[in-house]
Design a protein around this ligand. Sequence first.
Ligand SMILES: Nc1ncnc2c1ncn2[C@@H]1O[C@H](COP(=O)(O)OP(=O)(O)O)[C@@H](O)[C@H]1O
Ligand SMILES: O=C(CO)[C@@H](O)[C@H](O)COP(=O)(O)O
Length: 497
Amino acid sequence: MSYVLGIDIGTSSLKGIILNQKGEVKATESSQYDVNYPYPNFSEQDPKQWIRALKEVLKKLNAHHEGILAKIAGISFSGQMHSLVLLDELGEVIRPAILWNDTRTFKECKEIKEKMGSKILQITKNIPLEGFTLPKVLWVKKNEPGNWKRVWKMLLPKDYVRYWLTGAIHMDFSDASGTLMFNPETKEWSQEILNKFDISPDIMPTPVSSQQEVGKIKSNIAREFSISPNVSVFAGGADNACAALASGVIEKQDAMVSIGTSGVFLSYEEKITNNYDGKLHYFCHVIPERYYSMGVTLSAGNSLKWFKETFATEKTYSELLANIHEVPPGSHGLVFTPFITGERTPYFDPDIKGAFIGISAQHTLDDFGRSVVEGITFSLRESQELLQKETGRVYEKIVSVGGGAKNPDWLQIQSDVFQSNVYSLETEEGPGYGAAMIAAVGIGWFATFEECSKEFVQQQKMTTPHAENIDKYNTVFNIYKQIYRKTAGISRLLKNI
Ligand SMILES: Nc1ncnc2c1ncn2[C@@H]1O[C@H](COP(=O)(O)OP(=O)(O)O)[C@@H](O)[C@H]1O
Ligand SMILES: O=C(CO)[C@@H](O)[C@H](O)COP(=O)(O)O
């Protein structure tokens, strides 16, 4: 029996997932790491952490499942998007990776807008945002000229991990389309953008499709972890594209909600004719010639993580949320906005701050816990409303994935707030499951991703909206929506304190 391995380089951990030919999970392991926030708006990670975590995961897979890596026939990857990794000529990392939720690049975004105007949207289908890779490249060029001079290649996290395993330099279309330097129609780096910002095409990795075989594992690494040297390594894809594949979101009427560190409301797109004027992100899918649009909450699960680590250190997530079902919708008049690292959709504002509004003496930790979960979900409803308005679609099926899908009360809140049936997956393994599906297609178990999805993805109908909660949530959501406007000025004043 041969298996496939999916490796997900998330923001909070690296996960390895092994599937058999029926899509059953034979083994899974993970290893955590931290994000560093050295200054306001900065968010960085040391790529060495990913390699340390990868080694730990590979070791644990073999140790807990009797040399299972020897049975792997194909490997592929998913990873946090947009985060910039710079390598020197020796293939060494030059500086910490600047992550997707780092918002230091306000000035660089302004520069891109001034120099490119509407051309950037025309070419890339996206507008300049602090999270995307091009502004990060420009920041290093301007602020760290010594580092910039040493750059041999620029990569994204999963491409760096794959490079460490194989020595080959590539980036797949789904991740390349999140750099703001790539044309998703021609599937090439945009010479016009690179020229405009004086970026040498030599530093760009070769763009390839997600299921392209890109190399073999280096022999010393294969030996160390008892992996067959013949294992095929496939390029892989952006974590959200991989999560959408793993959720079976392959029809226009289906949507995915992912609550990881970030939060995402994602819609499948058959064509690239419409880019919604940059109000939504528009990227290549891992499925050939398919696309997706999405809105992003910068700190979704990250808000809950921050809340837990700050106010309930000793509790697990399950303990923290154990009683939220006893708190009524609206958390006794307490509303949270999850803008703790600024916000993307729909505000695109790196300086907005989070808030609890309505605190009173009778509020308990359970009220706060529920209001954090509700605030994150309201933020995703803003993306849902924007997507529905722009696409004209009403999503008949919303599949919920990521850490946030682990809690049944949160699934109920999602269903009530989105006013839709919310499905969860039988095997909720997130983007790593999609990465393993890419390997399954790559090695030829299936001719297409659609065939693989039909065989592998098992959605469970989990949660339907409670009619009595819908009106209440509409009222609270309307209050939530006013908070951005009313706190934007105050957030700017607080920035300098
Ligand atoms: N049992 C749980 N209940 C509710 N939320 C959870 C639970 N476990 C994790 N989470 C949330 O999920 C987030 C991590 O999700 P994950 O998909 O693993 O993130 P990433 O891919 O960004 O590394 C945490 O920050 C936390 O907010
Ligand atoms: O920036 C984006 C999407 O545009 C994020 O969604 C990252 O891709 C990180 O994802 P998670 O670690 O939260 O899954």
